[in-house]
Design a protein around this ligand. Structure first.
Ligand code: ADP
Ligand code: MG
Length: 374
């Protein structure tokens, strides 16, 4: 068991700065997920923690010990990669025991450790097989087993499910959560998939271009994104954004936003720092837009470009006038709106977010979160 502390941790390759400086504390037993777009530095950061990359600046502590100059094998970590990297000529049991054999464990010790890991991962019946006789999911389980037998203080996962098909990814996700509940070991998990991040993490670290945009629980990030990047990254389908200008503010915590397509909507937001006329964007998630065939006071008119019926839910792609992308709206399958119809949209003010020109959130999002909690 171990905590992990990053203090002003920097990483460059030559002149190329990948991580300008990260401060982060991962608590003992916590499941932390690094998420962000491809190339943002997730793997680099994980490899720095593992010791597979040298740190250019700052300090790294694992279980309270400064490990900047400690080799990977002495850091008390075990890493699982996207590619399973199993030895093809060894059986599953031999693959899992390999690290222990190198470390000089006795045969009975190795056997016991492999048995226990195989039991946890439900692969006892596969121990004598070679990797080529395993499915992708089974191979990934063996790779995880190889990490478990080493009893690390910290597990490091780098996109371990990316090579699996969608159904298996869902299954393995559930098993990883179960594994964490059973082992209670600190886990640091890298993915570009925000659904994986939302379902696995105690806390999510959203990275962008080597910097932390926000750290928080999945629900904090969903309800209270600090900026437009996080708002757009967390949630699926992603939040809709409509550009506009601040038209007015009232003292009751509402801002009026003149949208680029011409209508004016109210947003429950604290735009106190902004001048009337300032460039802003309004954001609203697909699940919070109300779409009706009938107009209502203040509703915004749009054109249904496409109605996607998924059975349990329907997605409407609705174009507004002006230079806006079509909005994606999640609605009930009983909603009568179909492709080609005129839709009348209502944006509940408490569900709307307001972003300034720099992308910072001005929405009084507490109201949204409290509404959800209540
Ligand atoms: P992610 O895992 O988030 O997709 P990476 O951490 O792999 O991103 O990469 C972050 C950035 O660092 C990328 O721009 C990548 O090209 C660069 N990078 C990674 N490894 C090296 C290297 N050995 N030398 C130079 N640049 C690298
Ligand atoms: Mg990567």
């Amino acid at each position: 068991m171990a905590n992990v502390q990053l203090k002003a941790l920097k990483k460059s390759y030559g002149d190329l700065q990948i991580i300008p400086g990260i401060d982060l504390e991962i608590r003992d037993g916590e499941f932390v997920v690094f998420v962000g777009p491809s190339g943002c530095g997730k793997s680099t950061l994980l490899r720095c923690i593992a010791g597979l990359e040298d740190i250019t600046g700052g300090d790294l502590f694992i279980a309270g010990e400064r490990v900047n100059d400690v080799p990977p094998s002495k850091r008390g970590i075990a890493m699982v990669f996207q590619s399973y990297a199993l030895y093809p000529h060894m059986t599953v049991a031999e693959n899992m025991a390999f690290g222990l054999r190198l470390a000089g464990f006795s045969k009975p010790e190795m056997k016991a450790a492999v048995q226990r890991a195989a039991q946890i991962l439900q692969i006892e019946h596969l121990l004598e097989r070679k990797p080529k006789a395993l499915s992708g999911g089974q191979r990934q389980r063996v790779a995880i087993g190889r990490a478990i037998v080493r009893k690390p203080g910290v597990f490091l996962f780098d996109e371990p499910l990316s090579n699996l098909d969608a159904a298996l990814r869902v299954q393995m996700r559930v098993e990883l959560s179960r594994l964490h509940q059973e082992l209670k070991t600190t886990m640091v998990y890298v993915t570009h998939d925000q659904v994986e991040a939302m379902t696995l993490a105690h806390r999510i670290v959203v990275l962008n271009a080597g910097r932390i945009e926000q750290v928080g629980t999945p629900m904090e990030l969903y309800h209270r994104p600090v900026n437009r990047f996080v708002a757009g990254f967390i949630g699926s389908p992603k939040m809709n954004f409509i550009e506009g200008h601040l038209a007015a503010q009232d003292s009751g915590g509402h801002a009026l936003v003149k949208l680029i397509e011409g209508s004016t909507v109210a947003v429950e937001a604290n735009a106190g720092a902004l001048a009337v006329g300032a460039q802003v964007a309004m954001g609203i998630r697909p699940e919070h837009v109300l779409a009706s065939a009938e107009p209502s006071p203040g509703s915004v008119r749009g054109h249904v470009q496409l109605a996607e019926h998924l059975g349990d839910t329907t997605y409407l792609h609705v174009a507004l006038g002006g230079a806006t992308d079509a909005l994606v709206i999640r609605t009930d399958p009983a909603n009568p709106l179909q492709t080609g119809d005129i839709a009348h949209l209502h944006f509940p003010p408490a569900r709307c977010y307001l972003f300034d020109e720099g992308g910072r959130t001005c929405t009084a999002a507490d109201a949204v979160a409290d509404a959800m909690a209540g």
